[in-house]
Ligand binder design. Structure first.
Ligand SMILES: NC(=O)c1ccc[n+]([C@@H]2O[C@H](COP(=O)([O-])OP(=O)(O)OC[C@H]3O[C@@H](n4cnc5c(N)ncnc54)[C@H](OP(=O)(O)O)[C@@H]3O)[C@@H](O)[C@H]2O)c1
Length: 317
């Protein structure tokens, strides 16, 4: 309890220091070559459009599995290129779950275009299985939980691990380095019994959205200080509800702190340029999420959900 109070008291001081540091000491970064996974829709697509508007961006590479959606992202990027400057905007159909492919592609892109910023943004909620009709006892329940973990955790490590090696080599060769960003979620700050997160469309998964997101958040917090040795910047991005395929605006605009994907992309791009370690937004939802996360675990037992417990009791682990 005492620690919670210290936490609450310190937070405004930390945030104030953060903004002073940002305004006074940091110089704005530029990223001539940007790679975005999950660029075929939602936040990833808006990020691609946002970066395509930047004069300093010379090469933009987007990754996803759906070729048509990737192509329409490219068209939107070309349409939004304000001064029609020469930019390479490329796409690749790839599955981030494939470790070998991701390693090969990232190394190839780096050799050809010299990557500066790698954004691991992909996300799945249902992996092609209709979750609204999904029965948690069925094989699809099992498969979906695994896919959720594979995309949200393994997919992220498959993207950032080769990027880290590549930036380490670059640093050792000529002292230069790069920037990695991971799109997580504010749901990575706390556990809930029922993870009807975002759109409220999906039922409980064994690997919850919150679980996968908190894993990735801890990974970022763990890696960031270690990577400083090679001058590699690592940014964790924690949005709240944001309009996307996963969280359709028409169903979710009433939700706390809702932002459109365009608003989210603008916040993310600016904050990356200011080299912020964490981009959690909006601030009031982040404050709430981090307060919930700092609660004693017993706190959540007060809200135990008997239906949810029944699901687990019935589930054959
Ligand atoms: N929307 C929200 O409310 C919200 C809130 C907090 C955090 N976030 C985070 O924001 C990020 C983007 O989500 P979003 O809301 O923009 O979702 P989205 O519209 O569903 O986009 C997900 C993207 O991930 C790609 N993807 C999924 N599985 C993939 C795979 N195996 N290999 C390669 N690409 C894959 C999809 O492309 P293909 O289908 O073409 O493969 C798509 O481009 C996620 O990390 C999510 O957790 C979202």
């Amino acid at each position: 309890m005492l620690l919670d109070c210290v936490n609450i008291a310190l937070s405004p001081l930390i945030i104030t220091w953060y903004y002073i540091k940002r305004k006074v000491f940091l110089t704005r970064k530029q990223f001539p070559c940007v790679l975005i996974t999950g660029g075929s829709s939602g936040i990833g697509q808006s990020l691609a459009i946002e970066f395509s508007k930047c004069k300093y961006v010379k090469t933009l590479i987007i990754v996803g599995r759906n070729e048509n959606r990737l192509k329409s992202t490219i068209e939107l990027c070309q349409k939004n290129n304000p001064d029609k400057t020469e930019k390479k905007i490329l796409y690749k159909c790839a599955d981030v779950r494939n470790t070998a492919d991701m390693k090969r592609y990232i190394n190839e892109w780096n050799e050809q275009y010299h990557l500066d910023l790698v954004i691991a943004n992909d996300e799945t909620i249902d992996a092609g299985i209709s979750v609204t009709t999904m029965d948690q006892h069925s094989t699809s329940y099992n498969i979906t939980s695994k896919i959720l973990f594979d995309v949200n955790v393994t997919g992220v490590t498959n993207t950032i691990a080769p990027a880290i090696t590549m930036f380490q080599r670059r640093f050792e060769k000529d002292g230069a380095s790069g920037h990695i960003a991971v799109v997580g979620s504010l749901s990575g700050y706390f556990a809930t019994c029922d993870s009807c997160a975002y759109s409220g469309l999906y039922k409980t998964h064994f690997f919850r959205i919150n679980t996968t997101k908190s894993m990735v958040r801890f990974l970022c917090e763990d890696l960031r200080p270690q990577l400083a040795k090679w001058n590699i910047d690592l940014t964790w991005i924690g949005p709240a509800f944001t309009g996307s395929n996963m969280c359709p605006t028409e169903l979710n605009s009433h939700r706390l702190g809702f932002r459109t994907s365009e608003q989210a992309a603008s916040i993310i791009r600016t904050s990356l340029e200011w080299n912020e370690e964490c981009i959690d937004f909006p601030t009031h939802v982040f404050t709430l999420a981090s307060l919930l996360g700092s609660m004693h675990p017993i706190f959540f037992s007060l809200f135990s959900d008997t239906n949810c417990s029944q699901e687990y009791a019935d589930y054959n682990f």
